[in-house]
Design a protein around this ligand. Sequence first.
Ligand code: SME
Length: 168
Amino acid sequence: MTKEEKYISLLPQVKALCEGENDIIAKMANVSALLHQEFGFWWTGFYRVTVYLRDKVPESSGHSVTQTPRHSATLILGPFQGPIACVRIAYGRGVCGTAWKERRTVVVPDVEKFPGHIACSSESRSEIVVPVSQGDEIIAVLDIDSRKLNTFDDTDARWLEEVVKFIP
Ligand code: SME
C-alpha cells in the first residue's frame, strides 16, 4: 500500500473516532494511537497551546497589588504514543514552536539540519509538525517523529492537515 492509500483508508477511521465526541483529549489520544499504529512512527502526539498567568508580582516588589496580571501561552505535552517527551515548548522554539508561530506545517527531512530542533529522543531523525486550528486560533500541534531520514513530504503534510481538522 502506498502512503497515499494508507491515508485514504485512515481518514474515515479518524472521522468515525472523532465525530460526535466533544472531548478533545480523547480525540487526540485515539488519533495519535491510530496514526502511530498504522504507520509505525517513532513518536506521534499532540502538544496543546495552554494559557497561563505570568509576571506574578512578589509582595516585596513595591508594585501595586492591583497591577494587571499578564497572560502568556506555551505548548504543553498532550496525548501521545512513543517514548517519554519534553513537557513544555515555548512559542517559536523547536519545530513545534515554529509551526505554532508561523501557523504552518513544518516538514523536517533531517532534524540535525533544523536550527533549534528540540531533541526529546536522540533516535529521532526526521519530523513533521502540523498546527491544529479552531477558527483563527491555533489550539495545538500534531508532532510526528521518525527514526529514518526524509520520512515526511508534501503527501503527509496534505493528509495530516485533513486529519487534524477532526480534532477541534
Ligand atoms: N522535536 C520537537 C520536540 C518534541 S519531540 O520531538 C516529541 C521540536 O523540536 O519541537
